[in-house]
Design a binder for this molecule. Structure first.
Ligand SMILES: *[C@@H]1O[C@H](CO)[C@@H](O)[C@H](O)[C@H]1NC(C)=O
Ligand SMILES: *[C@@H]1O[C@H](CO)[C@@H](O)[C@H](O)[C@H]1NC(C)=O
Ligand SMILES: *[C@@H]1O[C@H](CO)[C@@H](O)[C@H](O)[C@H]1NC(C)=O
Ligand SMILES: *[C@@H]1O[C@H](CO)[C@@H](O)[C@H](O)[C@H]1NC(C)=O
Ligand SMILES: *[C@@H]1O[C@H](CO)[C@@H](O)[C@H](O)[C@H]1NC(C)=O
Ligand SMILES: *[C@@H]1O[C@H](CO)[C@@H](O)[C@H](O)[C@H]1NC(C)=O
Ligand SMILES: *[C@@H]1O[C@H](CO)[C@@H](O)[C@H](O)[C@H]1NC(C)=O
Ligand SMILES: *[C@@H]1O[C@H](CO)[C@@H](O)[C@H](O)[C@H]1NC(C)=O
Ligand SMILES: *[C@@H]1O[C@H](CO)[C@@H](O)[C@H](O)[C@H]1NC(C)=O
Ligand SMILES: *[C@@H]1O[C@H](CO)[C@@H](O)[C@H](O)[C@H]1NC(C)=O
Ligand SMILES: *[C@@H]1O[C@H](CO)[C@@H](O)[C@H](O)[C@H]1NC(C)=O
Length: 533
């Protein structure tokens, strides 16, 4: 009974979908003129529809070769699908690809380039378009120099089922110019093209010199759970909502956007993903539960995408493909907020403080906590300086995803803490010999409370400022006078504020590539480790 029910629902679902594609012989929606297919050594996958099961499809690509495949039953009940895995192509192009059915009908894609395909996803700060950012006019004027970068934007949609096709596309594969990079209309809509996605791709292109394909799939205000597949959700004790419902309006439930805006891409070979999201999971916007489990949900989502893209591409998309993210920027001009964004920033690294790490392999990040823009007309949660974000993310991406190591691609991170009990100071040694100290502020300490035994991770813990009172090229020394009395310093944290400092004026940077240190919280002594007499 329930099987029949499901079958019926599937039929309804996919029939509706396919009416959009009126042609009997077609490529899937995200193949088209000006596209970028993944270059060698990976092999690009191309697929489409045809009605006649077992019919032969011949695919030829100029200067590369001719290949045959046949139509099989697909996930779409009323029509078959065909799929071909091209050989590895290293030369950029352009190429023309033609698919022919035995009955003589043929379809063609022109001006194809082979390069690296990156998917850009997340909430509004990834959706935030070039039109809205500080340097929009410069980017539009320079776009002419980047004709080998191609753009594609997925439209919003949601579904209880994993879809194999987009319900609609916002912007088909396009060459960059002041129309395709900018949404029109007044006030400008948040449609295309993603500023962070573009700037990231542009900086990659400048170093790599071969084509880059950018696919933006974003929805403002959405939580990480919406972009996660069932298996990733299960790992964190969560469940998707009922499948057999029609979801409309703002996506409120887990999996809906994964199903509809990302899953259709699993059959496309890609190089990597970048991500800017987390604001919606931070309390008080999100619930404390959504925030506190982000150290599970985010790494699990990455694992899920990797597993699914690897399987869907017949193993051509790396099972550990590079995944980059932006660590949250500031929001309110209010130095007292210590809950929400700081928790998410920490959880974005699976509570390691840095990436890549043991839990998050081949993951890289751009630190953005020092880029406030409180007077942004799009509110302070949408800082307009995406230039620095794109630059920092590309630097880290080139390091982690391409092994192009140009000095450092991460901010300084502490490797050693030495407590001088009598002096009431602690020396923090960094993994960097080129520290650039721009302010005294940002470090705080928490004392081991022998009476209440309050853990410093607790909301009720009291933190005291511990200004930097000495530094050299690889360490800072922080002092805290007698605030702990006879108690010991138990924990140290840095930049643990929603908005920790003025523009590019946090305390710790490296002179190498001008990168800020990410925030950390370090437990030096925990109550359980302490022996009471
Ligand atoms: C397709 O080919 C297979 C194997 O040759 C055959 O069993 C099947 O009946 C064919 N299906 C159709 C619809 O022709
Ligand atoms: C995008 O989706 C919305 C909502 O379904 C729809 O109204 C709009 O027409 C779509 N845009 C395009 C370009 O298809
Ligand atoms: C867009 O670019 C075209 C071609 O370079 C140029 O003629 C036009 O003035 C530009 N428009 C705007 C609004 O910048
Ligand atoms: C939806 O699916 C659930 C679980 O499979 C089932 O219990 C429920 O009856 C279904 N609802 C409808 C309207 O089909
Ligand atoms: C995740 O963070 C929560 C607090 O937000 C903590 O209780 C939990 O231990 C952390 N889990 C992991 C796996 O780090
Ligand atoms: C896409 O990938 C899925 C998951 O691996 C697979 O079931 C499906 O058949 C693939 N689609 C095509 C057209 O090959
Ligand atoms: C700053 O944030 C705190 C904590 O959320 C709040 O109590 C206070 O009213 C805020 N101050 C301003 C000026 O908005
Ligand atoms: C804007 O672009 C110009 C020219 O490329 C560059 O010199 C300047 O630094 C950019 N501004 C920002 C905020 O990145
Ligand atoms: C710190 O590094 C700078 C160059 O980065 C160097 O000129 C200076 O001598 C170093 N200082 C010490 C104390 O090593
Ligand atoms: C550093 O901090 C310690 C402890 O608060 C204090 O005794 C010392 O005077 C400070 N040194 C400087 C140079 O500020
Ligand atoms: C360190 O703090 C203790 C406890 O308040 C105080 O007695 C002592 O004088 C301080 N030492 C220095 C060097 O400031």
């Amino acid at each position: 009974m329930s099987v029949l029910c499901k079958g019926f629902l599937l039929l309804v679902l996919f029939t509706t979908k396919l009416e959009a594609l009126d042609s009997k012989f077609a490529f899937a929606s995200y193949y088209g003129d000006h596209m970028v297919l993944q270059r060698g050594p990976q092999r690009a996958n191309v697929w489409g529809y045809a009605s006649e099961i077992n019919a032969t499809v011949t695919v030829s690509i100029t200067g590369v070769g001719q290949y045959q495949t046949s139509v099989v039953k697909g996930p779409f009940l009323d029509r078959g699908v065909w799929r071909i895995m091209l050989p590895a192509v290293f030369q950029g192009g352009p190429y023309v690809l033609t698919a022919e059915l035995v009955d003589g009908s043929s379809i063609t894609i022109k001006d194809i380039l082979f390069g690296d395909v990156w998917v850009c996803s997340g909430q509004s700060n990834m959706e935030f378009t070039l039109t809205h950012e500080f340097n929009a006019s410069v980017e539009f004027a320079e776009a002419i120099n980047y004709q080998n970068i191609r753009l594609f934007t997925v439209n919003h949609s949601e579904s209880g089922y994993q879809q194999f096709e987009f319900s609609s596309v916002e912007e088909r594969w396009s060459l960059p110019n002041n129309k395709t990079l900018a949404n029109t209309g007044s006030p400008a809509q948040w449609l295309y093209f993603s500023a962070v996605c573009w700037l990231y791709g542009k900086h990659l292109y400048e170093k790599l010199g071969y084509p880059i394909g950018l696919i933006a799939s974003t929805w403002g205000g959405t939580m990480v759970e919406s972009w996660s597949d069932d298996e990733s959700l299960a790992q964190c004790g969560l469940k998707p909502p009922p499948r057999n419902r029609t979801y409309v309006g703002f996506p409120k439930y887990p999996a809906l956007l994964w199903n509809s805006m990302v899953h259709p891409l699993v059959n496309y070979t890609i190089y990597g993903v970048i991500w800017y999201q987390g604001e919606a999971n931070a309390a008080p916007t999100g619930t404390p539960a959504m925030m506190n489990r982000y150290n599970c949900t985010f790494p699990a989502m990455i694992d899920g995408w990797r597993r699914q893209f690897h399987e869907g591409s017949n193993g051509e998309t790396d099972v550990l493909f590079p995944f980059g993210f932006v660590q949250l920027a500031p929001w309110h001009n209010n130095a007292t907020i210590t809950v929400g964004f700081p928790d998410i920033r920490w959880h974005q690294t699976a509570d390691y403080g840095y990436v890549p790490n043991k839990r998050m392999k081949n993951v890289f990040m751009a630190v953005a906590l020092d880029l406030p823009d409180y007077t942004s007309p799009f509110t302070g949660i949408h800082p307009r300086d995406k230039e620095d974000v794109g630059k920092r993310l590309a630097l880290a991406g080139l390091g982690v995803a391409y092994n192009h190591i140009d000095n450092r691609y991460t901010g300084p991170y502490p490797i050693h803490f030495q407590i001088f009990v009598a002096q009431n100071t602690t020396q923090i040694t960094y993994d960097d010999q080129h520290l650039d100290i721009r302010s005294k502020d940002g470090f705080e300490i928490c004392c081991l409370d022998q009476t209440t035994h309050i853990n410093c991770a607790d909301d009720k813990a009291k933190w005291y400022p511990a200004p930097i009172n000495a530094s050299d090229n690889s360490s800072v020394t922080i002092g805290y006078g007698g605030v702990c009395g006879s108690a010991l310093v138990s924990s140290i944290r840095y930049a643990w504020r929603e908005s920790p400092c003025p523009f590019k004026a946090c305390a710790v940077y490296t002179r190498l590539n001008d990168l800020p240190a990410p925030p950390f919280i370090e437990v030096l002594l925990s109550p359980s480790a302490f022996v009471y007499h």
